[in-house]
Structure formats: structure tokens, C-alpha cells
Design a binder for this molecule. Structure first.
Ligand SMILES: NC(=O)c1ccc[n+]([C@@H]2O[C@H](COP(=O)([O-])OP(=O)(O)OC[C@H]3O[C@@H](n4cnc5c(N)ncnc54)[C@H](OP(=O)(O)O)[C@@H]3O)[C@@H](O)[C@H]2O)c1
Length: 157
């Protein structure tokens, strides 16, 4: 199964100057709760924006650079994003797609569900979540949190 986790603003903004435009501790808690002890995949840019790999998660880092390496037990470098996503489609365990924009865009056709934190305030930025058709999804839950609304979407079959 392929899941996607993102925090986005009203204009689908997700990033600014290499990081998120907002500071929402509650959203970070939600992200941790969803992804803890799971497999996550992120683009090389997002990975390098973090100080170190996220603890208690196995991280697939996607790059086209076949020489890219990172020596850590919980990090796997992947060149074939489509192959990774396809391999999880038929698996019971979940691959969580955690950004950034390039990875979200390429993963969107594969997702079975999405966790979207819709940020209350307007923020400007330079990186955006791809457009998607809400009619392709059903809203499973919608929960107001501090500074955002957490929406759980499931893809229609
Ligand atoms: N709001 C949120 O929830 C959220 C979550 C995550 C990230 N973000 C933000 O998103 C921004 C970064 O997004 P981004 O789009 O610039 O970068 P990104 O998606 O994190 O990474 C892009 C890189 O991934 C690799 N890549 C992309 N497609 C690939 C493919 N098909 N096969 C192999 N490698 C592939 C390439 O690495 P190489 O150049 O090494 O080949 C590419 O340069 C930051 O501002 C970050 O803070 C926001």
C-alpha cells in the first residue's frame, strides 16, 4: 500500500527556501504518529534539508545519482522511484511518501490514501503540491487541529 503525508497551505504551498513555510509543532506530532516505525520515501533535496535521518523510520532516499551514498542502517538509496512505488502497491505494509514536490508529483498516481494537513493561515512559498482531483478520493476523516485541519483521503477504486 502507498500512503502520502503532506502539510500544505491554501494555495497548495508546501515549501519555502528548502523548508516548510510554517512552524506547526502539532503537525510534526501528527507526522510522527503516522510514520513512526514505518517505511518512508523522500526526495534527495528533502532528505538533505534535514540534519539527520528521522529516528525509528526506514528512509528510502530517491536520487538519479547512481553514485550517491549515505552510510546508515535505516537509509536506503533508490534510483528507481516508480519501481519502489510499484513494489509496495501489492504489499500489505505501507510506504509513506513524504515529499517534496517532485516526489509527491511522481507518486500521486500510485497513492492508495493521503493524509493532508491543510494549514489555516496563508503562507507564500516556492514549492507546491501537485493539483489533484478530489473526486478521485473519499474523505475518511476530517479533524480540526491547532493551526490546521487533518484530512484523511482514500482513493476510490
Ligand atoms: N510541507 C510538507 O509536508 C513537505 C514535505 C516534504 C518536503 N517539503 C518541502 O519540499 C521542498 C523540496 O521539494 P523538491 O521538489 O525541491 O525536492 P524533492 O522532491 O525532495 O527532491 C527532488 C530530488 O529527488 C530526486 N528525484 C526526483 N524524481 C526522481 C526520480 N523519478 N527518480 C530518481 N530521483 C528522483 C532528484 O534527486 P537528484 O537531484 O539527486 O537526482 C531530485 O533533485 C522543500 O522546501 C521541503 O521543505 C514539504
Amino acid at each position: 500500500m502507498v500512503s502520502l503525508v503532506v502539510a500544505m497551505g491554501d494555495n497548495r504551498v508546501i515549501g519555502k527556501d528548502g523548508w516548510m513555510p510554517w512552524n506547526l509543532p502539532e503537525d510534526l506530532k501528527v507526522f510522527r504518529k503516522i510514520t513512526i516505525d514505518q517505511n518512508i520515501v523522500m526526495g534527495r533535496t528533502t532528505f538533505e534539508g534535514m540534519k539527520k535521518p528521522l529516528p525509528r523510520r526506514h528512509t528510502y532516499v530517491v536520487t538519479r545519482n547512481e553514485d550517491y551514498s549515505y552510510n546508515h542502517d535505516d537509509v536506503t538509496i533508490v534510483n528507481d522511484l516508480a519501481g519502489l512505488l510499484t513494489s509496495y502497491k501489492d504489499r500489505k505494509d505501507v510506504l509513506y511518501v513524504t515529499g517534496g514536490a517532485q516526489i509527491y508529483t511522481e507518486a500521486l498516481p500510485y497513492v492508495d490514501e493521503m493524509w493532508i494537513s491543510l494549514v489555516d493561515e496563508h503562507y507564500n512559498g516556492d514549492t507546491f503540491f501537485p493539483e489533484f482531483n478530489p473526486d478521485d478520493f473519499i474523505v475518511v476523516t476530517k479533524e480540526k487541529k491547532e493551526g490546521f485541519t487533518l484530512i484523511h483521503y482514500r482513493k476510490k477504486r
